[in-house]
Design a protein around this ligand. Structure first.
Ligand code: RAM
Length: 336
């Protein structure tokens, strides 16, 4: 009798073992490579990536160089190729310079995706776009114009000079500024804080010195806008220099509450990480092929569709951006 019970128990263990082995065989390793680590925006992206991996049963690797350099990203991607991960999803520090290494990844059978800050279609299968580029660019000009009554000098404080997403948004800002309602406004300069807190803060302080009549700053980077909010506050310029751009509610709550920034915009970075990782998982599982027009269910993000991207490649769009101001910042500051 005891022998029979033992055999039954042993067979159960064997069966469980077989099932968990087969589950493991289906498990893919998806790497998110970000512009740099230490940026809370990308920490939020990683949270979403982990959620998607939990939903699909895959494994997430989250990496980025200590500072936002293309060399640092190339080194990381080379190591990921050597480790034979299944997918590499990169938010690029340069549109062109990552193409060769991402092509090497594809040659090694690795799925290549860009998200947030894209790379040239030659180096990717598809791009996950956070929000309509044109809308994001135009919205920020419209917001600063209202804050300064459509009159005076404005400046842009960007991230890195080669970063794809910021450069496209700035191009759309310049387009918007050509409209007649902005004829009394002048974009005096574009400076780069390289998505480093201290450098961005110093660039903002430099703007106050170089342009004493400056009335507004647009900062299309969560690092830059946070640093500029602090700089405006420290320099005693609240009300004199207005601020808008793309900010993380958790980092901007203080500067919205003290009046340094009346309003700013962003999409949900947790959702961006989730969608990117989920799409990678679906492509690896063979659930989608990535053909233009293909519609699919993206887990908790609902229905999504593969479309043509502005640069001739293909993309999946997350959705519209949100506006944050004193009326809603408290609701969002603990979310991301
Ligand atoms: C910074 C990064 C990121 C960008 C946001 C708005 O965190 O530059 O790429 O999407 O700002």
């Amino acid at each position: 009798m005891l022998q029979k019970i033992l055999i039954v128990i042993l067979s159960c263990f064997l069966l469980i073992g077989m099932f968990s082995m087969s589950a493991y065989a289906d498990e893919y390793v998806i790497a998110l490579v970000v512009k740099n680590v230490g940026n809370p925006f990308f920490d939020a992206v990683a949270r979403g990536g982990q959620d998607a991996c939990d939903d699909l049963g895959h494994t997430l690797i989250f990496q980025g160089p200590p500072t936002p350099t293309v060399e640092g990203q190339i080194e990381i991607i080379e190591n990921l190729i050597a480790q034979r991960v299944d997918a590499i999803c990169v938010s690029a520090n340069d549109y062109d310079a990552l193409v060769p290494v991402m092509q090497r990844a594809m040659d090694a059978g690795i799925l290549a995706i860009s998200f947030d800050s894209g790379i040239h279609p030659d180096g990717r299968l598809l791009h996950i776009n956070q929000a309509d580029f044109e809308l994001i660019g135009r919205l920020q000009v419209q917001a600063i114009a209202e804050m300064i009554d459509f009159e005076g000098e404005i400046a842009v404080l960007s991230a890195g000079a080669t970063m794809t997403n910021q450069n496209i948004w700035i191009e759309w800002m310049q387009e918007e500024l050509k409209e007649p309602e902005y004829e009394n406004m002048e974009l005096v300069t574009i400076v780069y804080g390289d998505d480093l807190r201290d450098k961005s803060y110093n660039e903002a302080m430099g703007l106050f010195k170089s342009y004493p009549d400056l009335r507004g700053i647009i900062s299309p980077t969560t690092v830059g806008i946070g640093a500029t909010g602090k700089a405006i506050t420290d320099a005693g310029l609240i009300g004199q220099v207005q601020l808008t751009g793309l900010g993380l509610p958790s980092e901007m709550a203080e500067w919205i509450q003290n009046g340094a920034c009346q309003a700013m915009f962003l999409w949900n970075p947790v959702d961006l990480g989730y969608l990117t990782t989920y799409v990678a998982g679906l492509l690896l599982d063979g659930e989608i092929s990535g053909a233009v027009g293909e519609e699919f269910a993206a887990g908790r993000m609902g229905e999504k569709v593969v479309t043509e991207a502005e640069d001739g490649g293909i993309e999946v769009l997350l959705g519209p951006p949100f506006r944050f101001d004193a009326s809603n910042i408290d609701e969002w500051k603990d979310v991301y």
